[in-house]
Design a protein around this ligand. Structure first.
Ligand code: PLP
Length: 374
């Protein structure tokens, strides 16, 4: 059975061109980047060239880019450093963050750090007026941690507006940009943000590698203790081929951004239109027609015995979609994001998320199946 993969917000397949760039670093170029002889120097050069390339694409300095094991480690590092090293005593976040952020801020809250959640508007966007009130009412320095694009409903944050607000109140701003790095152009030299994150596997790069951007004006101590890798900031022998793959995937994504984003958005809008035409009672979660990530379509179906089994039945038919983030399996009862934005328990939310490899014919197949299954 041919499978249809509509879960690209969870992870994407590795681009063969990325694999090709990684392969030599899995075979003949195997030296430890910290070794001083030629094998080591060759590996070090690969890493530093990758860093330069990533920095150039994001319009940052190479010294501001740190390679990590992925988005989770990058966000953990930034959030903990803001409390430990930057004098933040109050965290402002939202209830619809990824668990990499939510569980980090809750952990710090249990250790005594004040935690506030910003209000959400009915379409799931952050209420910027409420954010201003929270910042203005904070007696101590705040860390604002708000994601750029929500991985379940796709809502996009106005990162410039939030950054400007943070500047006004001398707050530290971390944004989880895991769903947008590799999907949108970034201009970090002109973006008022202290930390952003990225994960290679969200844009056809390898899993287990990511970045943390730390603005050059921010000085933090390491999160992971050990050797002197990543300029003493992130100990442990580098994920050499992962880093090579991350940079290659970002280069490819950047080179083809216009063409791929248009293709993916067209598919998403076509699917939304087809769902409305063929599935009675379907609604969409988030700000689909407004500020929204072009890869994600989150649909709700009226709750029935059949629709409750939808993800299971899609899977049996070779169609991969999810009820929320990859960490929450099955029905939308598991999705803290859907629960936070809707009080209607009589619906089943399914996230469809697309990549450059998906086609209109696949959308047609999925719609035909959904007509049977709902
Ligand atoms: C928005 C968001 N943040 C963080 C993560 C975690 O990234 P990683 O799996 O690379 O640790 C993910 C994906 O899983 C995500 O979608």
């Amino acid at each position: 059975m041919e499978r249809i993969y509509f879960d690209n917000a969870a992870t994407t397949s590795l681009d063969p061109v990325v694999l090709e760039a990684m392969l030599p670093y899995m075979t003949e170029k195997f030296g430890n980047p910290s070794s001083i002889y030629s094998y080591g120097r060759e590996s070090r050069l690969g890493i530093e060239n990758a860093r330069k390339s990533v920095a150039k694409i994001l319009n940052a300095h190479p010294g501001e880019i740190f390679f990590t094991s992925g988005g989770t480690e990058a966000s953990n590092t930034a959030i903990n450093a803001a409390i430990r090293d930057l004098g933040c005593k109050h965290i402002i976040s939202s209830p619809i963050e990824h668990h990499a952020t939510l569980h980090s801020v809750e952990h710090l809250h249990h250790q005594g750090v004040t935690l506030s959640f910003v209000k959400l508007l009915p379409d799931g966007h952050v209420d910027l007026e409420n954010l201003r009130e929270l910042l203005a009412g904070s007696k101590e320095r705040s860390l604002v941690t708000l994601m750029h694009a929500n991985n379940e409903i796709g809502n996009l944050l106005d990162i410039q507006a939030v950054g400007t607000l943070c500047k006004e109140f001398d707050a530290i701003f971390h944004s989880d940009t895991v769903q947008t790095v590799g999907h949108y152009p970034f201009d970090l030299r002109n973006t008022p943000v202290h930390f952003i994150t990225g994960a290679g596997h969200k844009f056809h790069g390898p899993k287990g590698v990511g970045i943390l951007y730390i603005n050059e004006n921010v000085k933090i101590t390491p999160f992971i203790q050990g050797g002197s890798q990543e300029r003493n900031m992130r100990a442990g022998t580098e994920n050499l081929y992962g880093i090579i793959g991350f940079a290659k995937a970002l280069e490819l994504a950047t080179a083809h951004h216009e063409e791929h984003s248009k293709h993916i958005n067209d598919l998403r809008m076509y699917m939304a239109e087809q769902l409305q035409q063929h599935i009675p009672g379907v609604t969409f979660n988030g700000d689909l027609y407004g500020r929204s990530l072009y890869t994600v379509l989150n649909a709700s179906f009226p709750k029935t015995e059949k629709s409750e089994m939808i993800l299971f039945n899609l899977d049996i038919n070779g169609i991969c979609a999810s009820g929320g983030s990859a960490c929450t399996s099955g029905a939308n009862a598991g999705s803290h994001v859907i629960r936070a934005i809707t009080s209607n328990p009589n619906q089943i939310a399914v996230r469809f998320s697309f990549s450059k490899y998906n086609t209109k014919a696949e959308v047609d197949t999925v719609i035909a199946k959904l007509k049977e299954l709902i």
